[in-house]
Design a protein around this ligand. Structure first.
Ligand SMILES: Nc1ncnc2c1ncn2[C@@H]1O[C@H](COP(=O)(O)OP(=O)(O)OP(=O)(O)O)[C@@H](O)[C@H]1O
Ligand SMILES: [Mg+2]
Length: 372
């Protein structure tokens, strides 16, 4: 029954309008049904044995049906009278296509829908909860809207179906592919990991979703930091009155990573790849060059500590040699080939054209300047 609310992966098998699937079950009086079943079972058995049975194929089917009903009664089950009602809420001009979409969904599961021509009021009442009174059931029976089934049939065909409803906190509100409203909070993960990834083809809406996430979290007072390569979040940042920090060659921002280092031995693994990129934007360095950078950083750190700058590091590469590499002592200038024009105070990191803008919302930092 799960796919009767639409197919998760196939848009052609999804409803095009809001819909309501209702199952109405009227439990029949056990004593009355028992005598009806017995009488019908006897008659069906007689018919199936008659000579006419060979030319009337439905006689056999009827016997099977009544045998199943008799078996159900024998094993303590009971019979019910039930109907399924599908209501689609759509403007008249879109009714035909909505009907076709619904037909396709049910047909794919082996059901044939019957359109309710001129019977909308009764159909709508039958769709609503708390309407199935004994008198209304009689009305429905008169219009042949109900069929007799076993209790097990009713359970198996109950539309107790829905999509995933999301997590408990409604930080973000989405509509599922099959119409279920779902709430989501990335921080609802009790197992403690709040990472998530958005994966999609180019132009499929990844940045739109990121904007939605950022905006929704801002709406509940969260602080949001975003790294933006491609200016997907600039407008949102301005709308949220955030701080948009932009890295461009003509912008005088200095990010000196050494000022925030506490333990160089812990941070060196993170610093070296960044510094290598400054040394050579296009090509990866040799293993020995990586080691040379590490050694030089550690050497200068011991001398300058947090006052060490990228410029200082570059100058050291330009002139010095690295004794720590022993017999393979390298002329350091070979590592930093593009350092001929010193720019005091500005590391190559900030001048890199590949570095995109970053924005923070509701944060003020004395070391970062706002660009508008
Ligand atoms: N949910 C949506 N509602 C309306 N328009 C949308 C939606 N999702 C995406 N779009 C449209 O699709 C365009 C591309 O979306 P978006 O820029 O988010 O894609 P992307 O996956 O980030 O692409 P890229 O991989 O190129 O960064 C948007 O400019 C927007 O017009
Ligand atoms: Mg994008």
């Amino acid at each position: 029954m799960g796919s009767l609310i639409g197919d998760l992966m196939q848009p052609a098998l999804q409803y095009s309008a809001p819909f309501l699937i209702t199952l109405g079950v009227h439990v029949l009086d056990p004593n009355a049904t028992k005598s009806i079943i017995t009488a019908n079972h006897v008659r069906a058995t007689q018919n199936a044995k008659s000579k006419m049975a060979d030319v009337m194929p439905d006689v056999r089917k009827k016997l099977d049906d009544w045998s199943a009903a008799a078996n159900a009664i024998d094993t303590g089950g009971s019979l019910v009278s039930l109907y399924h009602q599908l209501a689609i809420f759509t403007p008249p001009d879109k009714a035909a296509s909505a009907h076709e979409a619904a037909n396709a969904i049910w047909r794919a599961r082996g059901f044939q829908l019957n359109a309710d021509a001129y019977m909308h009021r009764q159909a709508l009442l039958a769709s609503l909860p708390m309407t199935l009174t004994p008198r209304f059931h009689k009305d429905l029976a008169k219009m042949r809207r109900v069929t007799r089934k076993t209790m097990a049939n009713a359970i198996h065909m109950a539309p107790l179906i829905a999509e995933w409803r999301g997590t408990r906190t409604p930080a973000l509100v989405f509509g599922g592919r099959r119409g279920q409203v779902m709430t989501l909070d990335l921080f609802d993960n009790d197992l403690g990991n709040y990472n998530f990834a958005i994966i999609g083809a180019p132009g499929s809406g990844k940045s739109v979703l990121m904007n939605e996430l950022a905006w929704s979290y801002r709406a509940i007072g969260a602080k949001v930091w975003m790294l933006d390569l491609g200016r997907s979040f600039e407008k949102l940042c301005r709308k949220a009155q955030g701080t948009y920090i932009e890295f461009r060659p003509d912008v005088d921002i200095c990010l000196n990573p050494f000022t925030i280092v506490h333990d160089i031995n812990e941070d060196i693994d993170m610093l070296v790849p960044g510094i290598s990129k400054m040394c050579s934007m296009q090509h990866t360095l040799d293993e020995v060059q990586y080691k040379a950078i590490s050694a030089m950083v550690l050497k200068l750190w011991r001398e300058h500590g947090n006052d060490l700058t990228i410029t200082g590091l570059r100058d050291a590469f330009k002139t010095g040699t690295i004794e720590e590499l022993g017999s393979r002592a390298t002329s350091a200038s070979a590592i930093w080939p593009s350092c001929s024009t010193p720019t005091p105070g500005v590391g190559s990191m900030s001048a890199s054209s590949r570095a995109g803008p970053m924005w923070t919302s509701r944060t003020t930092s004395s070391s970062s300047r706002t660009r508008n």
